[in-house]
Design a protein around this ligand. Structure first.
Ligand SMILES: [Zn+2]
Length: 110
C-alpha cells in the first residue's frame, strides 16, 4: 500500500483536536485490547468513503497500532497472513521480555 486513504484528513488542524478528544473520551486506552501504547484513532467509517464524517468523534475509536492494523485489514477484506502475524507476535514478545543475559552469564561461570 503506497497511499493511505483518508490521509488528507489527518493533515488538517481540525483532526488534531478531534483525535485528542477521542483519546480523552476513551481514557487513552485501546478499545480493543486495553493497551496504552502506540495509540491511534480509527475511523469506523472509512474517510475515503465518508469524507464528510472525517471529523465526527462519534465515528472514531481509540486503537493501538497492532489492533488498528488488524481492523484496517479486516475492513479492506484482507486476511492477515498467519506467518506474518506469528512473526509480529514474536517480535512484540521479544521487545517486552527482559534480557536474560545476566542470569545466563552466571550459569556459565558456575
Ligand atoms: Zn489494541
Amino acid at each position: 500500500m503506497t497511499k493511505r486513504p483518508g490521509r488528507w484528513a489527518l493533515q488538517r488542524p481540525e483532526w488534531q483536536s478531534v483525535r485528542h478528544g477521542v483519546l480523552e473520551r476513551d481514557g487513552w486506552k485501546c478499545r480493543q485490547c486495553g493497551s496504552r501504547r502506540r495509540l491511534e484513532v480509527h475511523h469506523t467509517k472509512p474517510v475515503r468513503d465518508f469524507p464528510e464524517e472525517a471529523f465526527n468523534p462519534d465515528l472514531c475509536l481509540t486503537l493501538c497500532a497492532p489492533c488498528h492494523t488488524i481492523e484496517t485489514n479486516r475492513e479492506l477484506g484482507r486476511v492477515p497472513d498467519p506467518k506474518r502475524q506469528a512473526w509480529r507476535k514474536a517480535v512484540a514478545e521479544l521487545a517486552t521480555t527482559k534480557p536474560k543475559h545476566e542470569k545466563e552469564m552466571k550459569c556459565l561461570i558456575q
